[in-house]
Design a protein around this ligand. Sequence first.
Ligand SMILES: NC(=O)c1ccc[n+]([C@@H]2O[C@H](COP(=O)([O-])OP(=O)(O)OC[C@H]3O[C@@H](n4cnc5c(N)ncnc54)[C@H](O)[C@@H]3O)[C@@H](O)[C@H]2O)c1
Length: 355
Amino acid sequence: MKILVTGSAGLIGSEVCRFFHQQGSHIHGVDNNQRAVFFGPQGDTLWNRRRLSADLSRYTHHDVDIRNRDAVLQLLQLVKPDAIVHAAAQPSHDLAASMPFDDFDTNAVGTLNLLEAARQGCPESPFVYLSTNKVYGDRPNTIALQELETRWDFADPAFEHGISEDFSIDQSKHSLFGASKLAADVMVQEYGRYFGMPCCVLRGGCLTGPNHSGVELHGFLSYLVKCNLEGKEYRVYGYKGKQVRDNIHSEDVARFIWEFIKSPRVAEVYNLGGGKANSCSILEAFKIAESFSGKAQHFTYLDENRIGDHICYYSDLRKMLAHYPQWDITISLTETIRQIVESWHGRLSEVNKAL
Ligand SMILES: NC(=O)c1ccc[n+]([C@@H]2O[C@H](COP(=O)([O-])OP(=O)(O)OC[C@H]3O[C@@H](n4cnc5c(N)ncnc54)[C@H](O)[C@@H]3O)[C@@H](O)[C@H]2O)c1
């Protein structure tokens, strides 16, 4: 199989490249290291791209900007992939307001460029889009909550398993990022429903893993661990540090994408996260990171929460499990954090050696 992966040097893209390569696929990666432009040198993903080229014999890199419509159309005509995984994005909720054009051009227009190029070049090939739970805006914050010792949780039994795909995406505050991702999310569904293309939208909770270049504005677990190891203060924004996220290892994301591509459906939507079993609050994440690093987590608490930030969110995984019963979460939250600690340990000591 020949697969085209956008955002191939990023967290999810690189994991998908590795996973599909292990299955024998030829990989065409698309990434222009825009993450370094969005987040500065801390967000640079060149290290990951170099590792892909060094480790994967069937990897071809394309330094293409997905906003460049002609280049994207040409690339899809040339490669005609058997499947497309679209993971390139401006991924930060908070950053979008400072760069509305870049955010919308990348997330919404870039996705349209790829969809239309796919329709013209390879309409039968499954198209998987990495969307986000921010498409639900801040509406999850209207669910009745209970305050526990170290976390918030849903008090309404209707959300005992978490938030499902029929939750309203309408009339709430999304952030500009949530809105640009939602535009793309609906467009992917439309290419499925209108043109019959096999495609799905994966509305991610926190997707993470050892290959994340976590920064303060994106990749909370990765960044939290980095702060822990460097003895740097982590800033907690409101909600008493009890805000809850569900976390899924990027390898389990890649495994789900593999299952979908083997047996695609049309215009499906899935909430993709670690589910309740792999959820944690920031305070709980501190404790797990400390248990692996042996270092105390330094943090400061700021009373004001991030605009539109979820107080409690975990994905209801029952639809994914019903449609793809061969798939399940295989890497627990604790193991994921252990791997992130190990990875940052190695990466930070390489940086220190180079200084
Ligand atoms: N990581 C998470 O917690 C999370 C949560 C929900 C949804 N998502 C979604 O999953 C996808 C992948 O996220 P990630 O964490 O791997 O992000 P990432 O920032 O690690 O990777 C994205 C990659 O896309 C590249 N890119 C950005 N703009 C580009 C452009 N214009 N042209 C070509 N390449 C470009 C970047 O250089 C980067 O390497 C994104 O769509 C994101 O919105 C991620």
